[in-house]
Ligand binder design. Structure first.
Ligand code: HEC
Ligand code: HEC
Length: 347
């Protein structure tokens, strides 16, 4: 009896020890963790890591910066204030972004995923390089309201950061180039390619009849813009939304200053769409049901509206439900639970 009790305590002790060691290792990043693996069927990425070599130290620095409010003027806002991991790095339940001093932005926070396949960022494509992108939120008065120069001076005074920058970029001191490169290593590795849809395509999972029918409808009506496997063709289109008169956001037209581009927005990916609500550049729809009602019955065929929307036609209640059932197969639990992206300051 006593022997059995000893064995029991020994096993129990081992389990405790292993889980403690695992906890310590939670935020460790190995070489393997930062290997860039192009998912099967995905095209060649647009962002090239050859001038920003992926390393565990570079990723760890980028992750720390992403979760650190030090990037904002009064240390109140970090990238994650708007880009939340559980929402595929979108902002749950906020139609428009909330930034510095509670100020409300003009656009909905998009998911951060498969960014290295994009050729431009933002709903209007106003930024064309992943490394340059964070300058926007850092310096925007209604987002982080800070200057790059001041961020760098704050980081230089922080002993931990000085060590982390040295580890990641060798002889380079703390500077904005390294700051932006580290952030790009972290956000660039946010790759979502393990949803049930991906497994179905790879013949490793099956779909219900409803999901199969939803996929068929999707391919007939939506694929022209939301192209597989990224679920975007990276183009700018007007998908028939009524312009919001209070925001008066003309989208791509603002960047190109061309009238024929007015009200066109970058086609967003639909991966993880289940968790990235609300929807559209201004977050006007809370539910996928509302999005399907828009495409089915309330399209605005104004002068820049895209021809592809004419293919959709009126969708029956069943058809809408089938399409939604298919869209839910794009949820990638492996990506959403990927431990590499967890806030390192939390245990
Ligand atoms: C105040 C909220 C807010 C903060 C803070 C913020 N972002 Fe964003 N982010 C947004 C919004 C809103 C957009 C979309 C803007 C648009 O479409 O014009 C965006 C877009 C992006 C994009 C482009 C995504 C795409 O698919 O086009 C990236 C990348 C990004 N943010 C990374 C970051 C990083 C890195 C930080 C921290 C340095 C950060 N963001 C801080 C709100 C925020
Ligand atoms: C003409 C091209 C086009 C077609 C066809 C199209 N979409 Fe879209 N879709 C877009 C664009 C552009 C946006 C972004 C609009 C914006 O940001 O305001 C969008 C946005 C969405 C969103 C919201 C995404 C987000 O993250 O906010 C969903 C969901 C969606 N579409 C589903 C569908 C479905 C389902 C179909 C087929 C029934 C479809 N789309 C057909 C171009 C298209």
């Amino acid at each position: 009896m006593k022997n059995r009790l000893n064995v029991f305590f020994l096993i129990f002790g081992c389990i405790l020890l292993i889980s403690f060691i695992q906890k310590l290792d939670d935020h460790k990043i190995s070489k393997k963790n930062v290997e860039l693996i192009i998912p099967k069927g995905f095209p060649k990425p647009n962002y090239d890591f050859t001038t920003n070599k992926l390393t565990p130290d570079g990723f760890v620095l980028g992750r720390k910066l992403f979760y650190d409010p030090i990037l904002s003027k009064d240390s109140s806002i970090s990238c994650q204030s708007c880009h939340q991991r559980v929402a595929a790095f979108a902002h749950i339940d906020h139609a428009l972004s909330h930034g510095f001093d509670g100020k409300i932005g003009t656009r909905n926070v998009p998911a951060l995923q498969n960014l290295i396949w994009k050729d431009a960022y933002m709903a209007d494509g106003g930024v064309n390089n992943l490394e340059v992108q964070p300058i926007n939120p850092i310096t925007n008065p209604i987002e982080m309201n800070e200057s790059l120069a001041h961020v760098i001076s704050k980081l230089k005074q922080n002993k931990e950061y000085v060590i982390l920058f040295k580890k990641a970029f060798k002889d380079n001191v703390v500077n904005s180039e390294c700051l932006l490169k580290a952030l790009a290593q972290f956000t660039g590795l946010m790759i979502s390619a393990n949803s049930r849809y991906d497994k179905y395509v790879a013949k490793k999972d099956t779909f219900s009849l409803q999901e199969i029918n939803g996929l068929k409808l999707f391919r007939a009506k939506c694929e022209g813009c939301h192209k597989e496997p990224l679920f975007t063709d990276n183009s700018y289109r007007n998908n028939g939304l009524n312009p919001d008169s209070s925001l008066n956001d003309t989208g791509r037209g603002k960047i190109t200053k061309t009238e024929t581009d007015n009200y066109k927005f970058k086609v967003p990916s639909l991966r993880n769409i289940e968790v990235t609500f609300p929807y559209m550049h201004d977050g006007r729809y809370r539910k996928l049901k509302d999005v399907l009602i828009h495409y089915s019955t309330s399209l605005n065929h104004n002068s820049t509206a895209d021809e592809e929307i004419n293919k959709i036609g009126e969708l029956s209640d069943k058809e809408r439900k089938d399409i939604i059932a298919f869209l839910l197969t794009l949820t990638d639990k492996e990506f959403l639970n990927d431990r590499r992206f967890i806030n390192p300051n939390k245990r």
